[in-house]
Design a protein around this ligand. Structure first.
Ligand code: 0X9
Ligand code: CA
Ligand code: CA
Ligand code: ZN
Length: 422
């Protein structure tokens, strides 16, 4: 049945309804970055890839190209120019997705971790995607079957289908913690004192579509009912949802379509429900690419009242990462530039729960260096450099977990879990 559903949704994208855009008609274009152009672009809801050396790169649909021409904004099509350079760094991939996880491969490997380390790791189905795939959380802690009076933290991956590396980093974090528990005292201390929740694949339908049909797919697979598909899951959270039309789009064809309302998408409801059952103290959501650590706010250029702390933690993570492979990330406020977003994960977790929240945009730093295409041989190095930042954040949660909360929580922790345990 699942196969059938997938087939049907793909079928309708490819063959109709009339007027639907073919997602693969899109081009990578470059436009010069100057104040007038930035001003013009800000209202256009474009799928901005990156900016580098005074150039802005955009994934543009035919419609976007017409709109740019109408505004007399000059652009160059770059799709083919960069392709050979991007390819030459690649190792041969084993299968369509090589060593990157597909949904079934991730399911198998998560279950494998829980089977091998049953006292430390549990796989929990926190909800279903639109196409009925499971959204999996890997919970890691001592006495993992109990909700204990401990610190807790959450790591998310793959809100955006094409950002394959963002599945690997949180998955490998979970694997690292359980595999090193017995031999590494620091890993043991963190696992013993914290409930670590990892949701490596928030958007399973989108990832499968990106692997098997269209590599650049970003959104989920929502049939918007008007010939367009997909809601941008990183625009569907409730905090300042739809604040303006430059940080997200009301237009269903847009790559940053925010959906018809906050939390309309089941994948995002699953994340919200998990927050309702845990007192997370910090969040990381992995994305790619740009190689940067972003913190709230994203919906406004203004700093929050916690700017100093948010920067300090982000900057510390960046400093811990750089020595590993020499890659510099840097911590920046997300909205501090022309790239505003609203309805994103970190504005919500920070705005509603007040917890330090980070979007980590994984390498590469630019499209020229690969964009969404990470070499298989770079998966492990990218994880290695992200590991000390993740361990630091877990430790930060443990250190700041207030005794008061510990005491009051122990009375309420008996509450019945409604999560389905696999
Ligand atoms: O636009 C997004 O959702 C994230 N970037 S991505 O290229 N992975 O799509 C960034 C979200 C963080 N917020 C801001 N940059 N404002
Ligand atoms: Ca525990
Ligand atoms: Ca413990
Ligand atoms: Zn992303």
């Amino acid at each position: 049945m699942k196969k059938m559903l997938i087939f049907l949704s793909v079928f309708s994208i490819v063959f109709g309804p009339l007027g639907a855009q073919h997602v693969w008609d899109k081009e990578i274009i470059r436009v010069e970055k100057n104040p007038e152009i930035v001003n013009e672009l800000s209202g256009m809801n474009l799928d901005l890839l990156m900016e580098k050396d005074g150039v802005i790169y955009i994934v543009a649909s035919p419609r976007d190209l017409i709109a740019l021409s109408a505004k007399n904004i000059p652009y160059d099509i770059e799709s083919s120019t960069f392709y050979p350079e991007v390819q030459k760094d690649f190792t041969v991939q084993s299968g369509v997705n090589g060593q990157f996880h597909s949904y079934p491969e991730l399911e198998r490997d998560l279950m494998g971790l829980a089977d091998t380390y049953p006292e430390l790791a549990q796989v929990i189905d926190i909800g279903d995607s639109l196409e009925q795939r499971n959204i999996y959380a890997l919970k890691i802690s001592d006495n993992v079957g109990m909700q204990e009076n401990e610190a807790s933290v959450i790591f998310l991956g793959c809100h955006h289908a094409r950002e394959w590396i963002s599945v690997e980093v949180p998955y490998l974090l979970g694997k690292y913690l359980v595999e090193n528990y017995a031999t590494n005292t620091e890993a043991k201390r963190l696992v013993d004192n914290c409930e670590i929740w990892i949701v490596p694949l928030v958007n399973p339908d989108g990832l499968e579509f990106s692997i098997h049909f269209y590599r650049y797919w970003r959104k989920n697979m929502r049939n918007n009912g008007d010939g367009t598909y997909g809601v941008d899951l990183n625009r569907n959270y409730s905090y300042k949802w739809g604040w303006d039309n430059s940080g997200s789009s009301p237009d269903s064809v847009s790559e940053v379509y925010r959906g018809p309302g906050p939390f309309t998408e089941p994948e995002i409801q699953a994340v919200r429900n998990l927050f309702n059952q845990n007192n997370f103290q910090a969040l990381v959501s992995y994305h790619s690419f740009s190689q940067v650590i972003l913190y709230p706010w994203g919906y406004t250029e203004n700093a929050s009242e916690n700017e100093a702390l948010l920067f300090e933690i982000g900057d510390r993570m960046s400093q811990l990462m750089e020595p590993v492979n020499g890659r510099y990330y840097g911590a920046e406020r997300a909205g501090d530039g022309f790239y505003l977003t609203n309805g994103d994960t970190t504005d919500w977790s920070f705005g509603v729960y007040g917890i330090p929240s980070y979007t980590i945009e994984l390498p590469p730093e630019s499209r020229i260096k690969g964009g969404f295409f990470n070499s298989e041989s770079d998966i492990q190095p990218i994880f290695n450099e992200n590991l000390p930042a993740a361990l630091y954040l877990i430790d930060w949660c443990i250190q700041t977990y207030p005794q008061k909360v510990r005491a009051s929580q122990s009375q309420t922790q008996q509450k019945k879990r409604t999560l389905r345990i696999k």
